[in-house]
Design a protein around this ligand. Sequence first.
Ligand code: SF4
Ligand SMILES: [Zn+2]
Length: 146
Amino acid sequence: MTDRLKERLADGRVARDTRLLGDFARIYCSGKHPDREKRPLSSTGVELGVYGKAPVVCDECAALLVYAEKRRALCPQDKPGSAKPFCSHCETHCYKPDMRELMRDVMRYAGPRSLLHGHAIDGLRHAIEGRKHAAELRRREAQARG
Ligand code: SF4
Ligand SMILES: [Zn+2]
């Protein structure tokens, strides 16, 4: 565990996003992988207590979470003074293709269902951010057309 990773995971916003990823992966894994063997996640974030209780997931979802935990903590888009975009709206997506694909599936499946799991605020933030992102893209396209 690097000091940098530890330090970033201790940041409130990083911890909040990481905990949300854990909840999404848990919802996804229990819905999509009901027959797989599951165990409590083992990761730096778990060691530091960012999830509260360690998410119980299959090996594939655990690998995604360990990977996403590190990406989020060391995100190059997370700069002081500017809000980090949601990964799904990020222009410099730092995920490798297979992890990106799996995370897309997780978000698509767990996003709407998370509203039933007490994540209404995060769901709304995501919707608002998505609308802003679409408006920004339209603005750039209009600008490019002159
Ligand atoms: S996808 Fe973009 S916003 Fe998400 S962690 Fe990577 S660089 Fe940061
Ligand atoms: Zn799974």
